[in-house]
Each structure stands twice: as structure tokens, then as C-alpha cells.
Design a protein around this ligand. Sequence first.
Ligand SMILES: Nc1ncnc2c1ncn2[C@@H]1O[C@H](COP(=O)(O)OP(=O)(O)OP(=O)(O)O)[C@@H](O)[C@H]1O
Ligand SMILES: [Mg+2]
Length: 293
Amino acid sequence: MTPELLEQGAARMQARLQTMDAGKAQTASGGRSAGIGRLRAGAELDLTHGRILYLEDVSVSFDGFKAINNLSLDIAPGELRCIIGPNGAGKTTMMDIITGKTRPDSGTVYFGSTIDLLRYNEPEIASLGIGRKFQKPTVFENLSVFENLELAMSMRKDVASSLRFQRSAAQSERLCEVLETIALQDNLTRQAGLLSHGQKQWLEIGMLLTQEPKLLLLDEPVAGMTDQETERTAELFLSLKGKHSLLVVEHDMAFIKAISDTVTVLCEGAVLAQGTLAQVQADERVIEVYLGR
Ligand SMILES: Nc1ncnc2c1ncn2[C@@H]1O[C@H](COP(=O)(O)OP(=O)(O)OP(=O)(O)O)[C@@H](O)[C@H]1O
Ligand SMILES: [Mg+2]
């Protein structure tokens, strides 16, 4: 990629942004409200206790059904944690709670040692450095790969500053870095709608990465991918480990095998087992409820 291409892409995007209601844009990062830059600036993540995410005794009921039932879980900085478990175990609901989409009835959810996530709403939590990837890719189909990434980067603050967004040298460098990380540098000017399903997923992950999240939540990221795309995604996640903390929910055991250190098994809204994949696969209770005999 050349600086000229970057500049051309930026100019095109700037023009489109002016005609586009960016506030209504449907991306994972879309719809972030104004006034949260203040939060990001003031909120230094305290990792002195060696935990980036800490859930304790979290419960939530829907119409009397306990979807999350005294769930306790913690994640170390830079860790790649895999979460598996049967349908309806509460995996997505757990992500909904961490990201502020669902309020738990009780329990504690901390980001680092000092940030009580239950005090913040969804856009504020995103701005604190928690990025979320939903299962379905949500990129701007009519914009190029580059334009999608730059738009995501510009939306770090609010719509007004997105419109005035001027990329700094450091941000251009970050864009190049992200493009390489998601292996789409040869598709820079390609319209996102023309990408394969896997490439769209990587692009959306790239869009999250432009915002330099400390913690990334990924819900069934390889669902619908080809075997080759799944393998490439495993490499991508392994490359992100250490730089970011990752919480990955998946049913694809070959993928879990390729990326996992610690695997947590959720069942009926609580942790059933935790350990290496081999350990949880040998656990009778896990075999009973999930993996089968
Ligand atoms: N907003 C909601 N209102 C009512 N019930 C809900 C809501 N969200 C989740 N549930 C219920 O909570 C339970 C847990 O659902 P959840 O989607 O978290 O499971 P999951 O582990 O992600 O399953 P899957 O592997 O199928 O994605 C399910 O019984 C689901 O129907
Ligand atoms: Mg789910």
C-alpha cells in the first residue's frame, strides 16, 4: 500500500462521510454516543491485581429463567480465553452483561481492578476499551476495505469529530498495521460487499482493532467460514494474544484446539469446568452435557 492510496481513500471517505448519517451507521462500533472521550481519557486501566476482567456471582433471569446463575470468571491481561458450552448455556448473555447490553440482577463485573462496568452503558464500555464482535459481519458493504477501517478509526470519539477526522501519521501507521494483521492489504480498495464471508469477518475485527481495544469479545467468529478461513482466523487470534485480551466463544472444537490455552465450559449459566482442552474433554460432566460420548 502506498501513501497515495491511503490519501485517496481518505479523501473519498471524507466526501462520503459528509453525505452520510454516520450516527445511524450499523456497524459493531456504530451509534457510539457523544461525550465519552472524557471517560476514555480519565480511565486508566489498573491491572495491579493481574486481572483485566473479573466477574463474581453474576446472575440474570429472564421471565424467571436464570440464564446466568452465580457466574464467576476472571481473565488475565493478554490472555486468550476460550468459552465453550451447550446452546443456551449463557455464553452470549455473559458477553451482553460485560458490554452493558444486559444488566445483571446481581453480582460484580470489573474491568481491571477499579472500573465497575455496571456503572457504564454500552457505548461507554466500548470506549473504555472493550470491543465486541457479533456473529454476523456488519461492515459497510458499499465502502472499500480501507474506508471501513478509517471510518471505524474516526468513530473513536463522536459523530462530530468523525466528520472532522484528520488522520495523523501515527494513525496511518496503525491502519497499515491493522491491514497487515487481518491480511487484507491486497484488498485495500475492494468494496467490502465483494469480500468473502471470512474476509468480511476479518475486516470487522480490523475495524475493532483500529480502536485499540484492551479486551476483545468474539462470539462464534468462525461460524460459516471455510476450513482455510478458519485456519487463518486461528493464526490471526494467536497473533493478537498478548497485545489484547481475548474472550472467544466457539462451538468449533478444531478451532478451539488450535488457539486455546485455558478453556472454560459454561453450562446453565455457570462455570462447569475449566482447564486445558484435553482436561475439559476428559471431564465426565462436560462429556455428559456437551461433548457427547
Ligand atoms: N434478552 C433475553 N430475553 C429472554 N431470554 C433470553 C434473552 N437472552 C437470552 N435469553 C435466554 O437465555 C438463555 C441463554 O442464552 P444465550 O444466548 O446466552 O446462550 P448461548 O450459550 O449463547 O447459546 P448458543 O450456543 O446457542 O449461542 C437461553 O435460554 C436464551 O433463550
Ligand atoms: Mg450464543
